[in-house]
Design a binder for this molecule. Structure first.
Ligand SMILES: Cc1cc2nc3c(=O)[nH]c(=O)nc-3n(C[C@H](O)[C@H](O)[C@H](O)COP(=O)(O)OP(=O)(O)OC[C@H]3O[C@@H](n4cnc5c(N)ncnc54)[C@H](O)[C@@H]3O)c2cc1C
Length: 484
């Protein structure tokens, strides 16, 4: 396993083509806007090296028998799935942001199942290719970007119906030694902090969409790949000389648009090639794993609840019964999210490939709650914090020899607490509910791993309605009925 320092050095060796604010970024690792997101991924390495977190953060590879970072592991038991949930919460609590590495883990696990299933159906040899690739990822302790979401153009049209054929990533040409791919993947979490990029289709496909039914992996700096960094609310505060105003000065996340401009993929890195019948299965497996992964929001919720209790104390309001009740409500919602992620892991099953997969229904129910509860937790945090969280002047004003004394005087809360500490915790709450971290805590909770409707469709497909009706009819004595 790599250390955090070795991970950082490994990123420096990449030759990524990254753009931000219209300019090429030659050194993403040290860029002040990107650096906090690199720190968050580096934390996955640091935590794996700490003895007290060994069981949660690491696992034994089923390929080599060696100890590996759990983010590169293929789940071999329900306990592995449960430890994945625990790892998400732990990492969320230690970074208070999206630490970006779960999406690649979920892509690897989904592919371990679907490559096997395709081989069983077609007699192909995808499993062999995939396991060789997996061994390379595990041996080198790599970060993989899980690239599913296409730009999608007109949402009412299928990939092959789009006026611009590149709105979904597709095969542009076939060569003796591989394929040429063209298109883009949007919203790619941690893309610039990744060594590898694993591409998957984003929706179920029909025969006419077969050129879009592809999955493959490439080094993140393969020729023809360009990264265009997304903006986040309050992001340029990281460029100012007021570290307190950032809220969380060490960690953050990032997303990017990743463009594939006629990129070559050798055959040994192609894991699905026009098997359109299996595109839906790959999407469903990845989505189920990734919906479980939102246990991370419970860890971020731990930080926000801790910050809310702290500001209540700093404001002198913590003994009020309604504040206590709001903190209880926040905990109730946060632990419900944890229950959901744990339950889909505990009810997991073994796939024919040997990989353990979460319970699909419970994973979707869990993620549906994630689209709601963090918003309510954030609302309660803002209620408890008070308006100062959004009207606070900058750190520079606090440091000013002329006016700093007024801020010290008028922003004093409980007498035993410094104004500076009160400001720090307010900025953290702002960061989590309105600033850069709100991308991960709120909007990612809404749309990441699929928008809310995607889970509702899966819930309606997965529930056994016939069984429920039979229970009801049996209990009230309905035996014969004429179907309407
Ligand atoms: C912070 C963040 C991080 C992310 N990280 C990743 C990542 O690492 N990898 C990755 O692959 N993806 C990632 N995503 C993408 C995420 O999976 C998508 O945002 C999600 O699938 C929704 O797609 P969209 O953003 O294109 O929204 P849309 O699909 O445009 O959805 C917007 C609304 O329109 C509705 N809608 C869309 N299409 C239809 C239709 N045909 N019929 C009816 N209603 C429709 C949706 O239900 C939703 O309400 C991330 C997203 C965010 C916000």
């Amino acid at each position: 396993m790599m250390t955090a320092e070795q991970y950082e050095e490994s990123l420096r060796r990449l030759n990524l083509v990254v753009y931000m604010f219209g300019k090429r970024i030659m050194n993403p690792v040290d860029d002040p806007m990107i650096r906090p997101s690199m720190n968050a991924v580096a934390k996955t390495y640091e935590m794996a090296g700490r003895p007290e977190f060994r069981d949660i953060m690491t696992a034994i590879s089923h390929l080599t028998g060696k100890r590996i970072n759990r983010f590169t592991h293929i789940h071999q038991s329900r306990e592995d799935l449960i430890n994945k949930t625990r790892m998400g919460r732990l990492m969320g609590a230690h970074t208070a942001c999206c630490f970006q590495r779960c999406v690649g883990m979920d892509a690897l696990n989904a592919l371990s199942i679907v490559t096997y299933d395709m081989d069983a159906e077609y007699g192909s040899s995808y499993t062999k290719r995939f396991l060789k690739y997996l061994a390379f990822v595990q041996e080198n302790d790599l970060v993989c970007d899980g690239a599913m979401t296409d730009p999608k153009g007109d949402r009412s049209l299928s990939p092959s119906q789009q006026p611009d054929p590149d709105m979904y990533l597709h095969v542009a040409a076939e060569k003796p030694d591989g394929i040429i791919v063209r298109g883009a993947k949007a919203h790619q979490t941690g893309a610039v902090n990744s060594h590898e990029i694993i591409v998957m289709p984003t929706i179920s496909m029909r025969e006419e969409d077969r050129d879009y039914a592809i999955s493959f992996a490439l080094p993140s700096d393969a020729p023809g790949i360009t990264y265009i960094m997304g903006r986040q609310s309050c992001d340029t505060r990281k460029l100012e000389d007021n570290p307190m105003d950032v809220g969380n000065r060490t960690f953050g996340g990032h997303e990017a648009l990743v463009v594939f401009d006629d990129v070559f993929v050798p055959w040994d890195r192609v894991f699905m090639y026009r098997e359109y019948e299996f595109a839906g299965s790959l999407v469903e497996k990845f989505a189920s794993y990734h919906r479980q992964s939102y246990a991370c929001k419970t860890g971020v919720g731990d930080v926000l609840i801790g910050a809310s209790q702290t500001i209540a104390e700093y404001n002198g309001a913590h003994k009020a019964s309604h504040i206590k009740d709001k903190i209880i409500e926040m905990n109730q919602l946060n632990e419900t999210l944890y229950c959901g992620s744990l339950s889909c892991a505990a009810e997991g099953h073994k796939e024919p490939s040997g990989t353990y997969c979460v319970n699909t229904l419970l994973a979707n129910v869990s993620k549906q709650n994630v689209t709601r509860f963090p918003y309510e937790i954030a609302r309660l945090a803002q209620d408890i914090a008070g308006g100062l969280m959004v009207t606070l002047p900058s750190e520079a004003d606090f440091r000013s020899p002329e006016i700093g004394k007024w801020l010290e005087k008028y922003y004093q809360g409980a007498p035993n607490v410094s104004t500076e500490n009160r400001m720090k915790i307010l900025r953290l709450i702002e960061n989590l509910t309105l600033g850069t971290a709100a991308v991960g805590y709120l909007t990612e909770s809404m749309h990441g791993a699929g928008s809310p409707q995607a889970q509702r469709i899966m819930i309606s497909r997965q529930v056994n309605m016939g069984e429920k009706q039979t229970y009801a009819k049996n209990l009230c004595g309905i035996k014969d009925e004429t179907k309407p």
